[in-house]
Write a protein that binds this ligand. Structure first.
Ligand code: AMP
Ligand code: MN
Ligand code: MN
Ligand code: MN
Length: 276
């Protein structure tokens, strides 16, 4: 049987809509046989996902999506096949969730200043014990009629220079890659074409990433077009990094169609799963 991979997904342990169990079940139903759960800055969903994966007879790769920064820009680094009990991962998740908590409090205060009360408390309620993200603030703002949808709410409130945005000093790329490597994992640049940086900067980022011990970039993602796949393929070849495949699935409503429905990895690349 052919292997169908999806190595970037979210559950309710961060800002996904499905519990780890339901995510695994759905993944199995759409024909994925190797799934990575990569919640933002947490491994809390992995134990439940592993149990569900056994039940559904699919392979579950322990993953995480770490918030990081390069050249003062927030970037996301996926760690695949990590040891969840390693000191490196425990330290990383504790630190990152502390930063998230501080930022969430600031976001709540900023929104209060423009007359929106209870945003922090509600974001925490919606996160329900999982990593609190801007996604949870956006859900609250939409529910309360402050914006008509997610895209609108981010644009108007939750990005740089908007009233609900608070910046955060994420750990630098070097630290993030070291944490993943120390946890025995493979570091992957998530959605490389989604950062709002020039092509030159992106190339520099990939070069730095590789020099610091990073191993792969996502070549096929849930949102990209064939021209973007081609572009990412060229980067992977040029900088000699492996290639990953991941939908970045979050939601049953909007991106649901994307789970497992990914383009095939172009020829001539080293698939990231050959690294473990
Ligand atoms: P955070 O890591 O807390 O800054 O939140 C980032 C998350 O918010 C991403 O992983 C997405 O799930 C979501 N997000 C970011 N930007 C947008 C956007 N423009 N529209 C919808 N969701 C977004
Ligand atoms: Mn997210
Ligand atoms: Mn991301
Ligand atoms: Mn993601």
């Amino acid at each position: 049987m052919s292997q169908v991979f999806d190595l970037h997904t979210h559950s309710t342990a961060s800002d996904g809509i499905l519990s780890p169990e339901l995510l695994v079940e759905k993944a199995s139903h759409v024909g994925i046989n190797t799934l990575a759960l990569t919640d933002h800055d947490t491994v809390a969903g992995l134990a439940a996902a592993q149990l569900a994966a056994k039940k559904h007879n699919i392979s579950l790769i322990n993953g995480i999506e770490l918030s990081s920064q390069w050249d003062s820009k927030t970037i996301h680094i996926v760690g695949l096949n990590i040891n969840v009990n390693s000191e490196a991962i425990i330290n990383a998740t504790v630190h990152l969730n502390q930063l998230r908590e501080e930022r969430a409090i600031k976001m709540g205060e900023k929104l209060k200043k423009i007359g929106i009360h209870g945003a922090y408390e509600n974001a925490k309620r919606i996160a329900a014990g999982g990593t609190v993200t801007r996604q949870h603030f956006s859900t609250f703002l939409v529910e309360n009629g402050h914006a008509k949808n997610q895209t609108d709410v981010f644009k108007r409130y939750l990005v740089n220079n908007k009233p609900g945005y608070a910046s955060v000093e994420w750990p630098g790329l070097e630290e993030t890659i070291a944490q993943i490597n120390n946890a025995g994992g493979v570091a992957v640049i998530a959605h490389p074409l989604r950062y709002k940086i020039t092509a030159t900067k992106l190339r520099n980022m990939i070069k730095d990433f590789k020099a610091l011990g990073g191993k792969a970039i996502e070549v096929v993602t849930g949102h990209n077009q064939s021209t973007e796949i081609q572009l990412a393929t060229n980067y992977a070849k040029r900088y000699d990094v492996a290639a990953s495949v991941g939908s970045d699935f979050h939601s049953g409503n909007t991106a649901w169609g994307q789970l497992g429905k990914l383009a095939v990895l172009p020829q001539g690349l080293t698939p990231v799963w050959e690294l473990w």
